[in-house]
Design a protein around this ligand. Structure first.
Ligand code: ACO
Length: 334
């Protein structure tokens, strides 16, 4: 078996900043409520006609990651793309990356595990590199969520939380001396599939329902049982981080940087406190970008590297929880 390392990181967020006060113009909400409950101060939402889609944002993040890895697009052996907001119902966004970057005829795998999307995608890429199937795998996570949100008072419990953006990494075969990914841990519990969901369009809620009856908010907008999600998230985050640490014989004080999925600052703070981590051991950027679902950890990792919060040789733990429910963690020496 080989070992995979993160050779390059990248991210892209749309230029359009939407503050909490901007949202208060659209619905009955206010800056204080949003900050107190979620920690979010602003998020990026694409502007109609600005050309941003899940694929195009992912392509920009991917270009940055490939350049940072010192590679050319054609060095990439496989593409893994995580999103729940693809440009098309099918095909997935992976092939759009292949085409835009002109990556010979490399295979493209699409992953749709919502907030755990990047962790799942990274685990797939890691397995490809570990087995020697590919030397370089491009892992992209991108979400264009703003058009799906119910931006009226009816949808305020959900719409104030989410943002748009993309992140990417290049995974490459590590040399014997280098660190790299130590372990990946993935879980799911489908009995909670309806606690955080958007049912339409799926084959059970096809376009006919929309044409006949118009938009049904129970089906065509994301729905979340916020308190239930919160309670499950804090338990599963804690478990899956511990699983990664135990597997590698590591204690929390040895972690240089924990990057939790940017679901909600309160969840991240709860985990930090319970694990006894210092502020400088946890990286959060939800304040600026909101919850970008599958893309959040990828964007945060790229920013953490860019700002020096994560350096070569650091022990980094990534952890996610989201719809499904699905959750997972990755422990690596960056
Ligand atoms: N602005 C103002 N008031 C609001 C808003 C808003 N944006 N949204 C809801 N309210 C109101 C509700 O209508 C309700 O009013 P009522 O008491 O008159 O009925 C009141 O605020 C309380 O509503 P709750 O839903 O109980 O609010 P809560 O304190 O639970 O906070 C939140 C909601 C922030 C979503 C919380 O449940 C939470 O943190 N959940 C964790 C889940 C999460 O963060 N998910 C992120 C996405 S999923 C993921 O990434 C895993």
């Amino acid at each position: 078996m080989y070992k995979a390392k993160v050779a390059g990181v990248g991210h892209y967020v749309p230029e359009n900043i939407v503050s909490n006060n901007d949202l208060a113009q659209l619905m009955d909400t206010d800056d204080e409520w949003i900050r107190e409950r979620t920690g979010i101060e602003e998020r990026r939402w694409v502007k109609e006609g600005d050309g941003n889609t899940a694929a195009t944002m992912g392509i920009k993040a991917a270009q940055m990651a490939i350049t940072q890895a010192g590679l050319e697009p054609n060095d990439i052996g496989h593409i893994v793309f995580a999103t729940i907001s693809p440009d098309y119902y099918f095909p997935g966004c992976g092939v759009q990356v292949q085409e835009a970057l002109g990556i010979h005829t490399a295979g493209a795998t699409d992953v749709r595990n919502a907030c755990s999307g990047f962790i799942y995608a990274l685990s797939v890429g890691n397995a490809f590199v570990k087995t020697g199937m590919y030397e370089h795998v491009l892992v992209v996570a991108s979400e264009l969520q703003s058009p799906f949100l119910d931006k009226t008072t009816r949808g305020r419990g959900v719409s104030v939380i989410f943002g748009d953006g993309a992140g990417a990494v290049v995974l490459s075969k590590a040399s014997a001396k280098e660190g790299g990914i130590k372990s990946c841990h993935l879980h799911s519990e489908g009995k909670h599939k309806e606690e955080l969901t958007m049912k339409g369009f799926g084959t059970q809620h096809w376009i006919g329902a929309l044409l006949e009856k118009g938009v049904n908010p129970d089906i065509h907008f994301p729905k979340m049982n916020g308190n239930f999600v919160f309670k499950n998230a804090v338990v599963r985050f804690g478990e899956v981080i511990k699983e990664a640490l135990d597997k590698n014989g590591i204690t929390p004080d040895q972690i240089d940087c924990l990057i939790p999925h940017q679901a909600n600052l309160r969840i991240a703070q709860f985990i930090q406190k319970r694990m006894g981590l210092r502020d400088d051991q946890v990286f959060n950027n939800i304040q600026k970008y909101g919850n970008t679902t599958g893309a959040s950890i990828a964007i945060a990792l790229s920013e953490a590297v860019q700002t020096g919060a994560v350096k070569r040789g650091d022990l980094v733990c990534l952890a996610a929880f989201g719809a499904g429910f699905t959750w997972g963690s990755v422990l690596m020496e960056y």
